[in-house]
Unconditional design. Structure first.
Length: 320
C-alpha cells in the first residue's frame, strides 16, 4: 500500500507492508486524514518517532473482532493503553506508561491506505457529518479537553494565543459558552475566518505586550510561545499550554513563581464531546481547509502544510 513514512527522512513508499489487525484491533481503510503541527514537528525530530505518520482521520472498518463494526465509518482515539495498569483501569489510557500513540509513538499512523486501532478506541461517525467535518474530531477533542481541565467560567479576560489551525479551533470551542474570547495572532486574514460576536481578533501590535488576561490558551506551535504567554497573563492567572515542538523551550519559571501563575499542560481529549459539538454545526471547520491532496502527492501536501499562511491540509486517501 502507499504510505507516508518518516525514519529520519520523509518519503512516500508505494509498496509499504499492509498492517495486520491482531487481538482486539480493527483493520480500517483510511478515507481522509489531516496534517497537524505535531506531524510537522515529528519530521523535525519530535518524539524520535519512525514509521507511518498521521493521527487525524476518518475511515471505514474492514475487519474487526466484533462483526457489528464492519462497514462502520469511524474516527479513533489515538492513545492505545495496555488495558491492565492503574491508569487504564480508571479510564485514563491517555496516560498509560506503556501506551502507543497513533502515528506519534510506537504505532504506525494514518497517512496510508490502511491502519489499525483497538475497537475500544473507535467512535462511529453520525450520518449527518461529512468526512471533512469528521476528520476534525481529534483536534476538536484536544480543544474540548481545555474545558475539562479548567473551569473557564471563572475567568473574566480570556484569550487564545496563536492563529494557526489549533488556535482557530480553540477560540471557537472556548466561545461556545457564550462569553467573549480574544484571539491573538499575527495574521488578520486567518483570524477573520472565525471572527464574530464572541471571538475578537487582535494583533500583537494592537494589543501591546503586557499582563492582560486571566486565562490564556497557548497555541502558537512555537517554543517562544510560552514566553509570550507569560508576558500576557496576569498575576495569579492561568496558562493552558497546547504547543508541542521539537525544539526545546526555556521555561520562565521565576516569573511563574513571582506572579503565582498556574500552568496547565493540555494534550488529547475525549471524542464524544467533540462529536457532539461538531454535530451541532456551531464550528467553522470547512473554512479552515486550505487544500485537499491525494495520498499519491502526500510529500507535496506535507510541504504545503509547512508553507506560511496555510491552515489545514487534508490527504484524500481514497479519491473518487
Amino acid at each position: 500500500m502507499h504510505a507516508l513514512v518518516y525514519d529520519g527522512e520523509l518519503r512516500l513508499e508505494p509498496h509499504h507492508p499492509e498492517p495486520t489487525a491482531a487481538g482486539d484491533e480493527a483493520l480500517i481503510a483510511v478515507r481522509l486524514a489531516g496534517i497537524c503541527n505535531t506531524d510537522l514537528e515529528i519530521a523535525r525530530g519530535y518524539m524520535d518517532f519512525q514509521g507511518v505518520l498521521g493521527h487525524e482521520f476518518v475511515g471505514e472498518v474492514l475487519a474487526a473482532p466484533a462483526p457489528e463494526w464492519i462497514g462502520a465509518r469511524v474516527v479513533g482515539e489515538i492513545n492505545c493503553g495496555c488495558g491492565r495498569c492503574w491508569w487504564c483501569e480508571r479510564g485514563r489510557e491517555r496516560h498509560c506508561p506503556r501506551r502507543t500513540v497513533l502515528g506519534i509513538s510506537g504505532r504506525d499512523g494514518v497517512f496510508a491506505e490502511k491502519t489499525t486501532l483497538p475497537v475500544r478506541n473507535l467512535h462511529r461517525v453520525p450520518d449527518g457529518l461529512s468526512d471533512t467535518e469528521a476528520v476534525f474530531v481529534e483536534p476538536v477533542a484536544a480543544c474540548c479537553e481545555i474545558l475539562e481541565q479548567v473551569d473557564v467560567s471563572g475567568f473574566e479576560r480570556r484569550a487564545v494565543l496563536g492563529d494557526g489551525k489549533l488556535g482557530l479551533l480553540a477560540a471557537q470551542v472556548l466561545a461556545t459558552d457564550g462569553r467573549p474570547v480574544i484571539l491573538v495572532g499575527k495574521h488578520p486574514e486567518k483570524m477573520a475566518i472565525v471572527a464574530g460576536d464572541l471571538i475578537h481578533p487582535q494583533t500583537l501590535a494592537q494589543l501591546h505586550v503586557e499582563p492582560t488576561f486571566d486565562l490564556l490558551v497557548e497555541c502558537t506551535g512555537s517554543p517562544n510561545g510560552l514566553h509570550l504567554a507569560t508576558q500576557l497573563v496576569r498575576p495569579r492567572g492561568t496558562i493552558v499550554l497546547k504547543s508541542t515542538t521539537a525544539a526545546a523551550a526555556e521555561l520562565p519559571a521565576a516569573r511563574w513563581v513571582v506572579d503565582e501563575v498556574t500552568v496547565v499542560g493540555s494534550r488529547c481529549g475525549r471524542f464524544p464531546p467533540a462529536l457532539e459539538l461538531i454535530s451541532q454545526g456551531v464550528l467553522k471547520l470547512a473554512e479552515l481547509v486550505s487544500a485537499t491532496v491525494p495520498l499519491g502527492e502526500a510529500l507535496s501536501a506535507f510541504r504545503l502544510a509547512q508553507a506560511p499562511g496555510v491552515l489545514k491540509v487534508l490527504i484524500d486517501v481514497q479519491p473518487g
